[in-house]
Design a protein around this ligand. Structure first.
Ligand SMILES: Nc1ncnc2c1ncn2[C@@H]1O[C@H](COP(=O)(O)OP(=O)(O)OP(=O)(O)O)[C@@H](O)[C@H]1O
Ligand SMILES: [Mg+2]
Length: 312
């Protein structure tokens, strides 16, 4: 299905709350990368996105163009969670600061993406973990004002502590991001088990892992071995970009591009993260290939959401 059809189908569905938490118990696997580039790709499809940075490292915030400056401070998710009041998150939403080099105006992607940013002091919220109901404070902050977003994507830190639990309590679904190596797979499985065991304790008994994205795929035999050995419960959640090696045109009159099965390791992705931009900013051949990968990821993501909503 093309982006337009997907968009129409999604808008016809009645459920409006689609909050996705991206996680892995292990660090550095590409959670933030996937949240950012998926948000950009969904915006290219015309969806309205809210991203939430729940990591005190604030990588997502920086990559979306918001560098915290003491002289020009902005409020963050930390203040919203601390305040512990229904709907308070609305007061800390900012626009994504991606501008078109030529015009200085926000890019078309930026116009459709809002962010609740973070900064390092988010770590202080951990001290409140023991307070009654503290785990529901992010959910409370999001209550009553987010329905105009098609998707809310929450980036998390690599552990299973209070900040991740705040995100779990607020989410409809967990998306695991992992690289097919032993420790990263173990981190994904650990998170899946945690979700299955503790949804109820987090006041979110319906919470489940709905999808798993493979990142930095290099088609090595070790990676294929790890993928083949995944437990069935995780294997069934894998989102394949393309099983059959579909070919897409890149609109440059040159050769077509064969979409890989999973998100590959590509230097452009690292560069985009360093520069704090969407991969679509790179307009050469490699940039367009990388953009096509995330366009496909976004399509597959929306297809899954539609399929599950239809089944429900
Ligand atoms: N597919 C990829 N190809 C090349 N580099 C990648 C890819 N995915 C992620 N990276 C790079 O790997 C590094 C770690 O990625 P990222 O920060 O997204 O991981 P993370 O899981 O969010 O880390 P943390 O656990 O610290 O939050 C970054 O420099 C990022 O640009
Ligand atoms: Mg991160």
């Amino acid at each position: 299905m093309g982006p337009r059809v997907l968009r129409r189908k999604l808008l016809e569905l009645s459920t409006r709350s689609r909050v996705f938490m991206f996680g892995n118990h292990k660090g550095g696997v590409g959670k933030t990368t996937v949240v950012l580039q998926l948000a950009a790709a969904l915006a290219r499809m015309g969806f309205r996105i809210l991203v939430i940075d729940m990591d005190p490292q604030a990588n997502l915030t920086r990559r979306m163009g918001l560098e915290y400056d003491e002289n020009d401070p902005f409020s963050t998710v930390s203040e919203a969670v601390k305040e512990n009041r229904e709907g308070v998150g609305a007061g800390v939403v900012l626009g994504v600061n991606w501008n078109d080099e030529r015009t200085g105006q926000p890019t078309s992607e930026a116009e459709l993406i809002d962010i609740i940013p973070a900064r390092f002091d988010l770590i202080n919220r951990e001290q409140e973990a023991g307070a009654v109901g503290a785990v529901r404070r992010l959910k409370k902050a999001l209550a009553g004002w987010t329905s105009h977003y098609d998707f809310i994507l929450i980036d998390t830190r690599p552990d299973l502590g209070h900040l991740v639990q705040l995100a779990m309590a607020a989410a409809d679904e967990v998306v695991l991001v992992f690289e097919p190596d032993y420790d990263t797979v173990a981190g994904a499985i650990r998170m899946q088990e945690f979700v299955e065991e503790h949804g109820e304790d987090l006041g979110n008994p319906e919470l489940r892992v709905g999808m798993a994205f493979v990142n930095r795929y290099d088609r090595s035999s070790e990676q294929d071995y790890q993928l083949a050995g995944l437990p069935e419960s995780l294997k069934s959640k894998l989102v394949e970009l393309d099983a059959g090696g579909a070919v897409v045109g890149l609109g440059d009159g040159g050769e077509d591009y064969r979409i890989p099965k999973y998100i590959p390791r590509i230097a452009r992705i690292k560069e985009a993260d360093g520069a704090g931009v969407s991969v679509s900013e790179y307009r050469n051949r490699k940039g367009r290939e990388t953009t096509a990968i995330f366009d496909r990821l976004a399509e597959k993501f929306v297809e899954r959401v539609i399929r599950e909503a239809d089944a429900a």
